[in-house]
Design a protein around this ligand. Structure first.
Ligand code: MF3
Ligand code: CO
Length: 250
């Protein structure tokens, strides 16, 4: 069942999402070669708590940290560790916060220092794919219109969309119905309604779509070792017009 949110509930998801956005801004500003992903995790938790939120990921199904930090060939759910960032890496920064029982969830992928044009392209196309999905997130469209728009943009540029992880409804739970795949035929699934809150999150591989989860039980990496990028926004479907992008930086 898809739980529609009241305006008051959307407001709480928005507050949680704004904490996510603020933390991401700080992470992007502070990130530099020589730091560890654990340093970034400490920054994330401090930032979330300073802004009055609770880290959403820590303890979620026993996930140990506040940040998912996915480096290079890691797709999602990279666990912060003593690994050191170096010039030319790319890193996905996925942050979740809870405010008064409601979740916000967002991810960005950025480069550490300079990266080759082909890698910048991967990041840019993934970011654009999220925007293409958001364009479809309007009342009266169907859920898979979002999915299809994301997939089309990614494949137009010769990259692959990950199938094994999907976006999701969000609210009092981090993961609610519906699942939001980043692939599929348009015109299928439930119609989008005002009050739906969704986390839309394309994960895009430079090589094949395959992924596998490492023995730590979390870190998802590309099967072929190729690079991967991930962007995510928490949004609310509006009564008319484009969605409210709750994790956007204000
Ligand atoms: N954005 C990710 C998701 O929606 C973050 C979950 S990490 C977890 O699945 F540790 F909380 F699972
Ligand atoms: Co998510």
């Amino acid at each position: 069942m898809i739980i529609l949110k009241t305006l008051e509930e959307i407001e709480l998801i928005s507050r949680a999402s704004q904490i996510v956005a603020e933390c991401q801004k700080i992470l992007i500003r502070e990130l530099k070669p020589g730091m560890t992903t654990l340093d970034l995790d400490v920054l994330t938790e401090t930032c979330i708590r300073d802004l009055g939120g609770i880290p959403a990921f820590k303890g979620y199904r026993n996930y140990p940290k506040s940040l998912c930090a996915s480096l290079n060939n890691e797709v999602v759910h990279g666990i912060p560790s003593r690994r050191v960032l170096k010039d030319g890496d790319i890193i996905g920064l996925d942050v979740g916060a809870i405010v008064e029982g409601f979740y916000g969830d967002g991810a960005v992928t950025v480069s550490v220092g300079e990266v080759q044009p082909s890698i910048r392209k991967l990041i840019q196309v993934t970011h654009e794919a999220l925007s293409k999905g958001l364009e479809q997130a309007v009342v009266g469209k169907r859920l898979s219109d979002i999915s299809a728009a994301i997939q089309a943009h990614v494949e137009q540029h010769g990259f692959s969309v990950v199938r094994d992880f999907v976006g999701h409804g969000i609210g009092r739970q981090l993961h609610e119905e519906p699942q939001v795949p980043n692939y599929g035929k348009p015109g299928q699934g439930p119609r989008l309604k005002p009050g739906m809150a969704l986390a839309i999150e394309p994960m895009v591989n430079m090589g094949g779509a395959g992924v596998k989860v490492l023995d730590d039980g979390w870190t998802a990496v590309t099967s072929d070792g190729s690079l991967s990028a991930h962007f995510e926004h928490t949004i609310a479907i509006e009564p008319a017009g484009p969605p409210r992008i709750l994790t956007a930086c204000n």
